[in-house]
Design a protein around this ligand. Sequence first.
Ligand code: SF4
Length: 88
Amino acid sequence: MGKTNIKLERRCPRLGGPVPFKYCMLTGEDKQPCFKVIDCWWETFDVVRYLKDNLPEDQFNRLLDARPRPKIASLVELIEKAKNQKNE
Ligand code: SF4
């Protein structure tokens, strides 16, 4: 699926201008992903899956915990799906 070649851009609500996904992955504390990365990207592609595949588990869990309460059920489903796949 070429996950490492993701070229995506969106308007960052924090900066007010367009940023590439790569930026979001490095702009948090200690060059970790921005705490809003799931919120900002889950509608664009399966960012939960991407993070799960590309981050150490503790970082991944921290991002899940950092999220504000999910606004809609499908986001919860996405996360549950990712958790279940972890056990496969
Ligand atoms: S994840 Fe963070 S840096 Fe990226 S667009 Fe959202 S707020 Fe901006």
